[in-house]
Ligand binder design. Structure first.
Ligand SMILES: Nc1ncnc2c1ncn2[C@@H]1O[C@H](COP(=O)(O)OP(=O)(O)OP(=O)(O)O)[C@@H](O)[C@H]1O
Ligand SMILES: [Mg+2]
Length: 360
């Protein structure tokens, strides 16, 4: 195993003194790095370590005015550091029976994200591990998450070229994770979904939440996991059935997000009838039928922003990403190339200049 975070952590616990055995006594991130087979990739900036006091100050004592959202790990607040930098602060708030799981996710997030540096992955500025308190400090993403932008009320709906730009950014982020360029071996994200695609003011997409990420053992194309983890609606059916995790599980989830971009619908919509709750099941059979496809295009998307040809191409790509047989799905590198072509074809079809293409 190249570096199994948890097993190494357990090994350390067994071999060190009583103090070091307590998961609540904090050790700096270097102490839970594992012997790599390959040298770690250098980041531009090292992660900062914050105190609880600094987290309280940054968020005005976690006032609701600063609340950005809430997820399975806890609440996320907007904050301002002493340096003046505006950040997003994720506060771990879990019931006692989930604390160990949360601690593990926290460590994986810091360990993996602090090694990564890519314009389409959210930057981890630092973390706080003060007593039992755990915080993750990220760059602030002004536009929030993709799902809210697609389904939110009030916001002007994104046009097609913006949606393609977001898809391309997310695809590049995943392709980077899947390549060995990131940490020397491929990484599966395992929780790719529209709420984990964050957008900055220029609608540049950045992938977040690496707590479930898994490093692929060297020379292996899949690994068997004890538990199937991820989010309902984005689960790769093959992984769900067999427990065998591959890079292609992320490709499936990416296909679901492409369908959300195309239709403006949620991956799982509990307001729909029993047979229409799952987006993939609802639209899969329509994706390669040009006539029926028109019925699933997001009605709130500006008509003048897309050509039917580019919609057909994207629907075809999405349908291949969500194939049940994982070996039949494209790789993320192939998705990036296809999306570039789709973006270009759309602009060309609308009679727009190549200048706009070079801008992305
Ligand atoms: N760096 C950030 N900048 C701006 N907003 C953020 C940032 N990180 C998270 N958020 C906001 O906080 C919300 C909650 O994030 P969180 O990752 O905790 O949960 P989630 O991804 O929505 O769901 P889950 O925990 O179930 O996976 C996000 O949906 C997003 O809108
Ligand atoms: Mg998230």
């Amino acid at each position: 195993m190249p570096f199994g975070l948890v097993s190494s952590w357990n090994k350390r616990r067994r071999s060190k003194s009583e103090d070091l055995m307590s998961p609540w006594i904090y050790k700096s991130v270097e102490n839970w790095q594992i012997e790599d087979q390959t040298p770690p990739v250098k980041r531009r900036y090292a992660s900062l370590v914050f105190t609880l006091r600094e987290m309280e100050e940054a968020t005005c004592n976690f006032t609701d005015d600063n609340l950005l959202g809430k997820g399975g790990f806890g609440k996320v607040y907007k904050g301002t550091l002493r340096s003046g930098e505006v950040v997003a602060i994720k506060k771990m708030e879990l019931p006692p029976f989930k604390a160990a799981e949360g601690e593990r996710e926290f460590r994986v997030e810091v360990d993996i994200l602090s090694r990564l540096d890519h314009p389409n992955l959210v930057s981890l500025i630092g973390y706080c591990a003060d007593g039992k308190h755990r915080f993750l400090v990220y760059e602030y993403m002004h536009k929030g998450n993709l799902q809210d932008l697609l389904n939110g009320i009030g916001e002007e709906k994104m046009d097609w070229s913006l949606r393609l730009k977001v898809a391309m950014g997310a695809a590049r982020g995943l392709a980077y994770l899947h390549s060995s360029a990131a940490v020397g071996i491929p990484i599966v994200h395992r929780d790719f979904k529209s709420t984990n695609v964050l957008l900055n003011t220029n609608y540049e997409a950045k992938i977040s939440d690496f707590g479930l990420a898994k490093l692929m053992p060297e020379g292996q194309e899949m690994c068997v996991t004890a538990r199937v983890l991820g989010t309902f609606g984005y689960f790769d059916p093959e992984y769900t059935l067999t427990g065998k995790l591959t890079l292609q599980s992320d490709v499936y989830a990416f296909g679901v997000v492409l369908l959300e971009l195309l239709t403006g619908r949620r991956a799982i919509d509990l307001n729909q009838g029993k047979n229409d709750q799952n987006l993939v099941l609802q639209v899969r059979h329509l994706l390669n039928d040009k006539k029926k496809l028109r019925k699933v295009i997001d009605p709130e998307m500006r008509r003048g922003s897309y050509t039917i040809e580019s919609i057909v191409m994207l629907a075809n790509l999405a349908s291949r990403c969500v194939r049940i047989d994982s070996s039949q799905r494209p790789t993320m590198a192939e998705c990036v190339k296809e999306l570039q072509l789709i973006y270009h074809m759309n602009l060309k079809g609308l009679g727009m200049t190549m200048h706009a293409f070079r801008m992305i």
